[in-house]
Design a protein around this ligand. Structure first.
Ligand code: FES
Ligand SMILES: [Fe+2]
Length: 363
């Protein structure tokens, strides 16, 4: 079931109205943005199950350290993991229900990033100040999402889940992995359906179909399809890249009859940069099934299919992790790589635009 809870947000503590990137204390160039992650979009941060009640969870995302914690109502908050006093990590402090206390001198910060108490000097000017970066968080599809703003002036866009995850007709299972590869390699990989017929040739789901194909790009009002022109419904034959409130890919892979009722296997995929070399990978494995078919699919998935899907995902991980850091320099691309070229162009343009905003050249 998809439940959505929203927390309030504040991005102060970043120079209030300045052109500094939120959570960054120096300059940020277009290259940095491309490396560490583009801003002004929603990202999946962590599966909900990984932040327990009373827990102080430290994560790195977009090259910044963050603290995730649930308040007494179970609502998740995401603060920069940096005390507004003298920058000790808040994550080594104490969880106090609706706030956290820094271990170093006891300063208390609530889920909105506001300093609520300075026990060493009650009444000092720091009290009441919005002094820690706090992101707007939504919990949905068993996942914690956050809007990562470019600057303190950035307005969070509406949170809209991918179609398959929002649809009551679909049943899904989330899947989370951490890969030692840059996030851009993940996007390149999913915009490259042809690897299904080679890398995954011996898998349970991508053994069929031709090993040669022609592709085309089909523009949509929310992104584009990259699809084979001469084969459909046999292998990984198409992918849609969607640029909505979050970037994601949507694709379908045919299932064999013994995979139970419900037709094709739908996948929604997203990645969140950890740092220059690592990414957090999120997939939701979906099927359009209802009633008893839904129960059969859920049973089959848990008992048999999930392990097979992990094997496929491992094939991707192994290749991406051995790619050189500069693997995307000096390539020899051909027609099958049009999707890869397109996504790179989109992200390069985004990075340049965001760098220009930071430099004050664009509003
Ligand atoms: S550094 Fe956190 S209270 Fe001093
Ligand atoms: Fe793959």
């Amino acid at each position: 079931m998809t439940t959505i809870t929203t927390t309030t947000a504040s991005t102060t503590g970043t120079g209030g109205g300045s052109r500094r990137a939120v959570g960054i204390r120096g300059e940020m160039t277009a290259d940095d943005l491309a490396k560490y992650g583009l801003r002004d979009r929603w990202y999946p941060i962590l599966p909900s199950r990984m932040v327990g009640s009373g827990e102080m969870k430290k994560v790195k995302r977009l090259n910044i350290d963050w603290l995730l914690f649930r308040d007494a109502q179970g609502v998740v908050h995401m603060l920069e993991d940096r005390c507004p006093h003298r920058s000790a990590p808040l994550s080594v402090g104490q969880h106090l229900g609706d706030r956290v206390a820094c271990a170093y001198h006891g300063v208390q910060v609530d889920g909105t990033g506001k300093v609520v108490s300075v026990p060493g000097m009650p009444g000092c000017a720091l009290e009441g100040k919005q002094a820690t970066v706090s992101l707007k968080v939504v919990e949905a599809a068993d996942t914690i999402f956050a809007f990562v703003p470019l600057t303190a002036d950035s307005e969070p866009t509406p949170f809209i889940l991918p179609d398959r995850l929002a649809s009551p007709e679909h049943s899904w299972f989330p899947n989370y992995a951490e890969w030692a590869g840059p996030w851009r390699f993940y996007m390149d990989n999913v915009l490259d359906p042809m690897h299904g017929a080679f890398l995954h040739r011996d898998s349970h789901s991508m053994f069929a179909g031709d090993t040669s194909a022609r592709f085309r790009i089909r523009e949509t009002d929310r992104g584009f399809f990259f699809e084979k022109t001469d084969q459909r419904g046999k292998n990984f034959d198409w992918v849609e890249y969607v640029r909505g409130s979050m970037d994601y890919v949507d694709l379908e892979i045919p299932y064999a009859e013994n995979a139970g009722p419900g037709g094709v296997f739908g996948i929604v995929g997203m990645s969140c940069p950890v740092d220059e070399h690592n990414s957090a990978i999120f997939h939701w494995r979906t099927r359009k099934v209802q009633g008893w078919e839904r129960e059969v699919w859920r049973f089959l998935y848990r008992t048999r299919l999930e392990a097979k899907h992990w094997e496929v995902l491992e094939q991707d991980r192994v290749v991406l992790e051995v790619l050189a850091d500069d693997a995307d320099v000096d390539e020899h691309l051909y027609q099958h790589d049009l999707g890869v070229s397109r996504i790179r162009r989109i992200y390069r343009a985004d990075a340049k635009k965001q760098a220009a905003i930071l430099a004050g050249e664009l509003v």
